[in-house]
Design a protein around this ligand. Sequence first.
Ligand code: ZN
Length: 157
Amino acid sequence: MAVRPITTLGHQILRTKALPVDDQTLASKKFKTLITDLVDSMQAARGIGIAAPQIGVSLQVAIINARDGALVIVNPRITKTSFRTTSAEEGCLSVPGVFGLVRRPTTITITYTDEHGKSVRIEASGLLARVFQHEVDHLNGILFIDKVARLTQGVLS
Ligand code: ZN
């Protein structure tokens, strides 16, 4: 178990498109350690999701703290978004103390590889869809503050 420091606004890695994970990397011991560290760091920071660049690793991997445990998503791609959008408050471990309303598609279809190398395709809506989109943005160098419509007080904090 290792909790790694969270990179914050100003670090170039947060603005860099992360590299795809290849099969060899996915099968490596180093990758398993990365997954454990991501989960540990997310839990220590009490986040609901975390992307690898947030602990200084520019790889397309993120963890989503879903209802039935931590979901590992590798090389995710959002393939479908609903026309309908929802506005809700977001925050980010990498932008501490800042919260704001972000409008995003309500329902999405996402495909990714799990930690065992299996392809997964799921439809998500509500908070889960929002967290997926927030984390996929991280892997593309995008932060929620780029999309915020209005800053808020942070009821989620
Ligand atoms: Zn974030």
